[in-house]
Design a protein around this ligand. Structure first.
Ligand SMILES: [Zn+2]
Length: 230
């Protein structure tokens, strides 16, 4: 093989190596932590937290309601006891009892709404838990396939690495240096109809002549990639 063709073969192997490394990395991170499971876990935790917050509010609301009820009863008892004779005082107490009744009813309404919220929160926890279970089941059933893919890619990677080293060893040192000097990626570009396929600039006729002989490395005059006839 001519040096430029060897370099093209080398470049393709290096590209394949990179693809394989990316795939391996993705599968490894998926196996370490499946994002759909992690997401379902977060959703479940926040549904639980919301449920807990409502439980606490309900407990607090119960306590307040009982305190309120006790106060209302003691005032009513006082009103009925006949101990208070003064009409002004009686009227004031009566007003207070009415007021306590109204605010007690309001508290009860608020507590009912809170209980409804609590039911919704319970339902949300059940649903989030089901979704988490589904995500875990799906993840577990995907795992054998992922592990099989991973093993396949790992063994292909080992083969590709060995091949790319073998091809590189066949490249003459001058061509190796020429390749290493190219800053553009990928470093080797094919030429078709006298055009560099990477930058689409026409290759000079002397460049084409040198390319056809194939003894030396020819760089694109525009993008400086190493050229090889397609
Ligand atoms: Zn070019």
């Amino acid at each position: 093989m001519k040096p430029a063709q060897l370099l093209l073969a080398y470049q393709r192997l290096v590209e394949r190596e990179r693809e394989l490394r990316d795939q391996i990395e993705q599968v490894e991170s998926l196996l370490a932590s499946d994002p759909s499971v992690a997401h379902a876990e977060e959703a479940f935790a926040s549904a639980k937290a919301a449920q807990q917050a409502i439980t606490l509010r309900l407990r607090e609301s119960d306590r307040e309601r009982e305190a309120h009820r006790a106060r209302l009863r003691s005032r009513e008892k006082e009103l009925m006891s006949g101990r208070i004779r003064n009409p002004t005082e009686l009227m004031q107490l009566n007003q207070e009892v009415d007021h306590l009744k109204v605010s007690f009813a309001e508290k009860e309404d608020a507590e009912l709404r809170l209980m409804e919220e609590g039911e919704l929160a319970d339902q949300a926890v059940v649903e989030a838990s089901e979704r988490l279970q589904d995500a875990r089941t799906r993840s577990a059933s995907d795992e054998p396939n992922l592990r099989r893919d991973l093993e396949g890619w790992q063994s292909e990677l080992a083969a590709v690495k060995a091949d790319s080293e073998a091809v590189w060893a066949q490249v003459a040192p001058a061509a190796q240096n020429a390749y290493l000097r190219v800053r553009a990626h990928p470093q080797v570009a094919e030429v078709d109809h006298n055009q560099c396929l990477a930058c689409h600039v026409t290759v000079t006729s002397s460049g084409m002549q040198a390319l056809r002989k194939g003894q030396v490395v020819v760089n694109c005059e525009n993008c400086s990639r190493i050229l090889v006839i397609a």
